[in-house]
Design a protein around this ligand. Sequence first.
Ligand code: FE
Ligand code: FE
Ligand code: ZN
Length: 289
Amino acid sequence: MLRIGCHLSSAKGFLAMGKEAVGIGANTFQFFTRNPRGGRAKALDTEDIAAYLAFAEEHGIAQILAHAPYTLNSCAKDEGLRQFAYDTMCDDLARLGHFPNAMYNFHPGSHVKQGAKAGIAYLAEMLDRINEKGFQATILLETMAGKGTEIGRSFEELRAIIDRVADSSRIGVCMDTCHVFDGGYDIVNHLDQVLEEFEAVLGLSRLKAMHLNDSMNPLGSHKDRHAKIGEGNIGLGAFGAIVIHPKLRELPFFLETPNDLAGYQKEIALLRQIAEAGQEGKAKEEKSS
Ligand code: FE
Ligand code: FE
Ligand code: ZN
């Protein structure tokens, strides 16, 4: 069964998110660990977490994805900013220890004027320091659109980060469809080729999750403006191909489209329908061959 959900507000806690997810036909979800622009996290509510875990077990919500605030910049030249990114990520990862096999996604950051190489070195150094703490959550680097001086604009840049980390066994990648498309990877006409490239550069075993977003802008635009599924330049056909692709269909998928809950519910239903039709098609093929 397709594992799919969307980004939910964490304002009312974990049990509320679990119920909201199930209510819209999702079996996973993503949430911000704290205000996306940074700042303090709420105190942990252990009762809410216990209630959520029981609910999740009962409803088959397996692996959830936490998203770090997007203002963290672990590539920053300023040491204070890097320390802030490190402290925030450590705090988030410690909290995630309450959730078995949770994953933690973050934006690699922007190198501003120091060049990608220097930024990557800082980032890898931070990941080494985080690794020393022995957190259990898998950390995901998100593929970025390459806006400004964003790091992670290509599979090679992500590889460069991973290569510099002493122990990269708990580091994976989250592929955002809008970002890779804006970054110049043609997942509309050449999905297989893009996945072959990913395999060659990073290895598909690193790919742990996908963000499903259509893009308001054309291929290679480096803009990062999400659109609803089927309403942007990627188009519904490409999303259908992604959710039934043998190399992708087992991954958890997360929508970050500009939607309210009703809109997410529709997108989830639509993608489930496509995935199920794909499964039936495959079963028929096997029967007849
Ligand atoms: Fe993101
Ligand atoms: Fe994303
Ligand atoms: Zn984005």
